[in-house]
Design a protein around this ligand. Structure first.
Ligand code: ADP
Ligand code: ASP
Ligand code: MG
Length: 408
């Protein structure tokens, strides 16, 4: 019998009526002869509420207890979904991460999946019971509940699809597919019929939160066919698949953005060999991930270093730099953080074989008088850091410049 993983995000299970209509979709697939593993998120807004409670209770919270609290949202929807299916005459059983078990690393709050032991699930499938799995959670080797980072139910879904040999992993959400850019930013955004793993991976890691980055990595590695589609409409979705399956040829496939990075400028650094290492060493030790970097031209033997870090890490980054200065490891005049920035990126496998794409991007931004603060590139993407107030304008200008509203 063929297997299917069906994942429902927060808005798709936001209340009992929506759980019922999601369950209805599951029932249809069961009637088509599939064995189904349903993966559910917490009800919309629930995870934010739980995170808020943890932070209010304890400023420097214990990450194990964070996970204990935050994983609970998915437990509720898993149980309710199993009950709803049973009421519809579909035999189903709910599973929390530890019950499967889905074993992860011990990195609480951002754990990675190590393995899924499928024997118990298989035994229940053999009894005719479909599975409803609480997404986003697992169990550490120490036996504690872990969570996989925000958006982690996507990763649970793909991991189960790989472990159970599912023919497809359907991700039901509040948009009917992957668009050329976040449809909340511009109405001109166009749904893509297919997108390659590589492009989706870049888009996700550059801020398109429609799929968690780790889920795309896993799908690419295990060749899981992922389909993104709407819980609320019967439209065909977007298939995330191998590059070879895609006939459309585009230079730029999509635009991603994020407001989650802040710009840090270390001014008046003495320009000598080894300063970059001296500066970024303490940041790495403090666990701060540096993304974009630019070193300005030096004058009088002094220079400015500008880079970006996740917004939540700004206090830690500043503390690490000040501490390194006090230890005499680095010398600088001052350090400034600016959170009013946004990163906008264009992504496309066509960039590999086309010159001038970055130039076209810079021109489109210049035409709107948008100043670029930092630039980074890789084989299939170009990212720029700009003032946050220009984010929408920049995305729209680039969408027009690369004619993304037109199918090619
Ligand atoms: P879920 O709760 O179902 O996991 P998410 O909110 O995590 O849903 O992801 C869906 C959202 O992703 C959409 O509402 C949309 O605003 C956003 N998004 C960002 N970039 C894109 C894109 N390129 N295509 C589609 N949606 C996108
Ligand atoms: N509920 C979790 C979150 O909001 C996981 C998910 O929905 O994917 O991040
Ligand atoms: Mg999500």
């Amino acid at each position: 019998m063929s297997r299917l993983v069906m994942k429902f995000g927060g808005t798709s299970v936001a209340d009992l009526a929506r759980i019922r209509s999601a369950a209805e979709r599951v029932r249809r697939e069961v009637e088509r002869g599939h064995e189904v593993a349903v993966v559910v998120s917490a009800m919309a807004g629930k995870t934010n509420e739980l995170v808020g409670w943890v932070r209010e209770t304890s400023r420097l919270y214990d990450a194990r207890e964070y996970d204990a609290v935050v994983a609970s949202g998915e437990n509720v929807t898993a149980g309710l979904m199993a009950l709803t299916l049973q009421e519809m005459g579909v035999p189903a059983r709910s599973w929390q991460g530890w019950q499967v078990p889905l074993v992860t690393t011990s990195a609480h709050g951002a754990a990675r999946i190590e393995r899924i032991e499928t024997e118990r699930l298989e035994a229940k499938f053999a009894e005719g019971l479909h599975a409803v799995i609480a997404g986003f959670q697992g169990i550490s080797p120490e036996g504690r509940v872990t969570t996989l980072g925000r958006g982690g139910s996507d990763t649970s879904a793909v991991a189960f699809a790989a472990a159970l040999g599912a023919e497809r992993c359907d991700i039901y959400t509040d948009v009917d597919g992957v668009y050329t850019t976040d449809p909340r930013i511009t109405k001109k955004a166009r749904k893509l019929a297919k997108i390659s793993y590589e492009e989706m991976l870049e888009l996700a890691s550059l801020g398109a939160k429609v799929l968690q980055t780790r889920s795309v990595e896993l799908a690419m590695r295990h060749k899981v066919r992922v389909q993104v589609l709407s819980s609320f409409a019967d439209e065909p979705g977007t298939l995330v698949c191998d590059e070879e399956e895609i006939v459309e040829s585009r230079v730029v496939s999509g635009i991603a953005h994020t407001r989650d990075e802040a710009q840090v400028t270390v001014a008046g650094v003495r320009d000598r060999p080894g300063i970059a290492a001296a500066l970024f060493g303490p940041l790495a030790q403090a666990g701060v991930n540096v993304d974009m970097i630019v070193q300005n031209v030096s004058a009088d033997g002094r220079t400015d270093m500008t880079f970006t870090v996740p917004i939540d890490d700004v206090p830690r980054a500043l503390k690490a730099l000040e501490a390194a200065r006090e230890r005499g490891e680095i010398a600088f005049a001052q350090v400034l953080a600016n959170e009013d920035v946004a990163k906008v990126s264009i992504v496309g496998i066509g960039m590999r074989s086309h010159a001038g794409v970055a130039h076209q991007m810079f021109q489109a931004l210049a035409a709107e008088n948008i100043n670029i603060k930092v630039i980074t590139t890789s084989e299939i993407k170009v990212s720029v850091l700009i003032d946050r107030k220009y984010l929408e304008l920049a995305v729209q200008a680039l969408h027009d410049a690369f004619e993304l509203e037109k199918a090619s």
